[in-house]
Design a protein around this ligand. Structure first.
Ligand code: PLP
Length: 465
């Protein structure tokens, strides 16, 4: 299996193996890596799911993407280790909302959001590859919420990786901050920056753009543009379809921010998973819903909502879909994105818009509608849901057709968002013990000014080896 950049010209791009793609993250030309060919699902795998564990399925489906980089037994062991800490034996269990509408619970990992599913595997793949090369890496990241803690938890205690995560001081929720600052491992470091999330992101970019510092510090990234994360997320789409074992093809409804999760669903479909529709669920930051409706990418200002992990205007993983819509023409893909960055808008060609509409549907929920869904689901079933999942459920209910089998992806545990849940339902959900425990553990966090020299000094000072 070889990978090419979404900015490479047809037939001319350099292709890379999985291990290089894993460690590189972003391609040197600024593009994202995609597999040159999409592998087919192993024959009969969907009907075989009933007899497989989640880990067995994950190892089988990820193997063609990983290629020769990891031996099959090592991959199986890595996956089993990654999901061993999950709070549910099914890893991603299904729960019925009604006869034809299911929730796929992706929040049973150590930080209670779906980022764990990919990052727990990716951190182990990183460690494995660094070990093989005799190298080390320093992961630097900015976070406004779930990604930081999921990455830190995944990296905690790994031999060859250190991690520094910047968050905007005073601007993350208390639970989200504590998930980062109470981790007791010598290689993970939470930094509170006196600034906004955008400042944090600019600091990370500045570190990556300083070539000397980047090399000296062995900087690496595990953000959602890393292909390995997409590969790990393909698994639960196949898992859900196999577990439901219904003769109808499944419609998936995906609460979306960076388009990573729904892109994984699209790849599952390209691999041959029978799929009725993919529904894209947005909050008020609805650039993707508008793209489906109008065929135009048009940036608006980011509006803070109750579902902060979806408060994104420019969905980075969309570039992978655009590359496909341009039939693998990287120059044209880059052209559209350059125009979008310059003008804040760019229009798909008519045929491309048609293809988007054939592949995806979607809608949006504002905060009032989100709270209404949370309240209604609780009143009718006693079930608490988090605001991101509520956006998905609301969109699924609006879009579903009679007799359609729908799976909505539940991306966070409700106890991660107690204020929103209380507003919607009048009660606070019980936190699982591991989440409740962060309230009582001592916090370890370094406060730094919004100053690149101070941040770099800190990174140098904590790097091991
Ligand atoms: C990251 C996140 C999302 C959005 O996922 P994307 O892959 O960025 O589309 C949705 N819900 C929660 C809880 C998240 O943490």
């Amino acid at each position: 299996m070889r990978y090419i950049s979404t900015r490479s010209e047809p037939g001319h791009g350099q292709s890379l193996a999985f291990d290089d793609v894993l460690l590189a993250g972003l391609a040197p030309d600024g593009g994202l890596y995609v597999p040159e060919q999409v592998p087919e699902l192993p024959a009969g795998v969907i009907s075989a799911v009933s007899g497989l564990s989640y880990c067995e399925l994950a190892a089988r489906l990820m193997a063609p993407y990983v290629g020769d980089a990891v031996a099959p037994e090592a991959l199986e062991a890595m996956v089993a280790d990654a999901y061993g800490s999950f709070a549910h034996p099914d890893v991603c269990p299904l729960a019925a909302l009604d006869d034809d509408h299911w929730l796929l619970e992706l929040f049973h990992g150590p930080t209670y959001a779906f980022k764990d599913i990919a990052l727990q595997v990716v951190a182990r793949l990183f460690d494995h590859e660094l070990e093989r090369r005799g190298e080390r890496a320093m992961i630097v990241a900015a976070t406004s919420g779930d990604t930081g803690s999921a990455a830190m938890e995944a990296v905690a205690g790994r031999d060859r990786i250190d991690i520094v995560v910047l968050h905007p001081s005073g601007r993350t929720s208390g639970i989200q901050r504590r998930q980062m600052t109470t981790l007791d491992a010598p290689n993970v470091h939470a930094v509170a920056v006196d600034g906004t999330f955008d400042d944090c992101q600019d600091l990370v970019k500045a570190m990556f753009n300083d070539q000397a510092f980047r090399t000296e510090s062995k900087l690496a990234a595990v953000n959602s543009i890393n292909w390995a994360r997409v590969a790990a997320q393909i698994v639960y789409y196949v898992w859900a379809a196999g577990r439901l074992a219904d003769e109808r093809p499944v419609t998936f409804c995906v609460p979306t921010g960076n388009f990573g999760n729904v892109l994984a669903g699209h790849y599952a479909r390209r691999m041959g998973l029978p799929n009725e529709r993919l529904l894209i669920a947005s909050n008020t930051n609805d650039i993707l819903s508008r793209l489906i409706e109008t065929g135009e990418l048009a940036a608006h200002d980011v509006v803070p909502t109750l579902s902060p992990s979806m408060d994104i205007q420019i969905s980075s993983n969309l570039e992978r879909l655009l590359f496909e819509l341009f039939d693998g023409d990287g120059g044209a893909t880059e052209g559209l994105l350059t125009q979008f960055r310059a003008d804040g808008r760019a229009r798909l060609r008519a045929g491309q818009h048609e293809r988007v509409r054939a592949g995806f549907s979607g809608d949006r929920l504002d905060d009032r509608e989100t709270l209404e869904v949370m309240g209604r689901v609780h009143a009718s079933s006693g079930r608490f849901i988090d605001p991101h999942t509520a956006v998905g459920i609301g969109v699924a209910e609006r879009c579903r057709r009679p007799g359609e089998l729908v799976v909505t992806l539940a991306t966070a545990h409700p106890a991660k968002f107690p204020e929103a849940v209380e507003r919607a339902t009048g009660s606070v959900p019980d936190a699982p013990p591991a989440l409740a425990a962060v309230a009582n553990r001592p916090e370890r966090c370094t406060s730094l000014p919004n100053d690149i020299a101070a941040i770099k000094d800190f990174v140098r000072s904590v790097r091991r080896g």
